[in-house]
Design a protein around this ligand. Sequence first.
Ligand SMILES: C[S@@+](CC[C@H](N)C(=O)[O-])C[C@H]1O[C@@H](n2cnc3c(N)ncnc32)[C@H](O)[C@@H]1O
Length: 208
Amino acid sequence: MTQEWIKALDLEKKLYHPYFEEEERFLKEELKSGMLIDLGCGEGRISRQLQGLYTHYTGIDIDQEVVDKLNRNTPYNVSYQHGNVCKLDLENGSFDTALCMTTYANFGKNLTQMLQETSRILQDDGVFIGSCYHEEALDKRLELYSRFGDIIKSINEHGHVTFKEGMETEISCQYTKNQIKEQLKNAGFYTTRIEKSGPFYLFKGIKR
Ligand SMILES: C[S@@+](CC[C@H](N)C(=O)[O-])C[C@H]1O[C@@H](n2cnc3c(N)ncnc32)[C@H](O)[C@@H]1O
């Protein structure tokens, strides 16, 4: 997954890079300083981008290899852990902000579990910021996937794409604004901001 994402970043500068600029601005405006957790952190770009804006950054990723590599050279207030963000070995209320940038699309039926777990580890009034493909992103996504070859197993009527076995990720989803608001609400978050950026929605919820 991480390797595919790194390849995608490289291949799809046109598709993703305007989004990354807007994502950085959004994060800098909405981040609550203090303890920050990055769920499905990939190669750690967010820790570098937001340096100086958090007391401590924890990146979690299911890809052991990428976590080991990142941990070889980290600043004193940055750490990476291997784990599944749907089941975190972290204390209740231990973070001020949780991020789930683009990885939000990859949970499929486990999305509720991820959001409930995120809500558990955030303090009251904690901030959740995420991004995910929007309801009109399918064509752009298919353009991207075609560059990786014949990798799609199925596409359903909601634009949820299941990948063939052997891929590092199983599923990639897209959602409407209302679906995202509802998903956040069901996990105890109140959506305060949601906007389109390239093929993504960028959004913020506050734990109530
Ligand atoms: C699309 S990449 C995004 C990486 C990063 N958030 C970014 O925006 O650059 C998704 C990442 O989430 C990780 N991932 C997927 N499912 C996960 C899970 N259940 N728990 C932890 N990490 C996961 C993958 O290994 C991959 O590195």
